[in-house]
Design a protein around this ligand. Sequence first.
Ligand code: ACO
Length: 162
Amino acid sequence: LKFVCVSNDGNDQHMIWLIGLKNIFARQLPNMPKEYIVRLVMDRGHKSVMVVRRNTVVGGITYRPYVSQRFGEIAFCAITSDEQVKGYGTRLMNHLKQHARDVDGLTHFLTYADNNAVGYFNKQGFTKDIFLEKERWHGYIKDYDGGILMECKIDPKLPYTD
Ligand code: ACO
């Protein structure tokens, strides 16, 4: 089992993984238009942290780092159906936080969580209260009807992975 962070950089293996992740999102997020999922997963400004087992993608999180604003927006998050509730979603989020802090220099995440995923995001340290100053995110992320805006502060020192 491994955790990788890739973007659409022309590497064949990265492209194969991103297509696998796109297919998981399309199945697990049925309310999202498939073209929108493909566009963001393949967008060079987005990154995806993925769980890969026996070279097969089990799930992942696609996010956009706003490096100048030091926050990231999580666009999609899913684990394939037969592997849910085994702890992968938690480990994935921990790898995301570690990477975002240590590689991108981010301090916070924002996401529009689906109603049924609020419980999962709560357990990952996200709150419905937004503490990040509005100047830092206003105009960068757009309002979206289908979810609840949630925020997570990344601990500056905590080792999130072993
Ligand atoms: N509601 C409430 N609690 C949840 C949910 C949920 N939907 N999903 C998981 N949890 C809980 C688990 O019970 C567990 O609690 P515990 O630590 O007390 O045992 C904890 O959250 C972590 O569980 P994991 O096993 O790590 O989570 P999992 O691997 O199942 O991944 C995920 C969670 C990503 C939400 C997965 O269930 C999934 O893909 N769901 C369908 C797609 C989805 O809803 N994605 C999020 C949409 S919002 C967005 O993408 C921005």
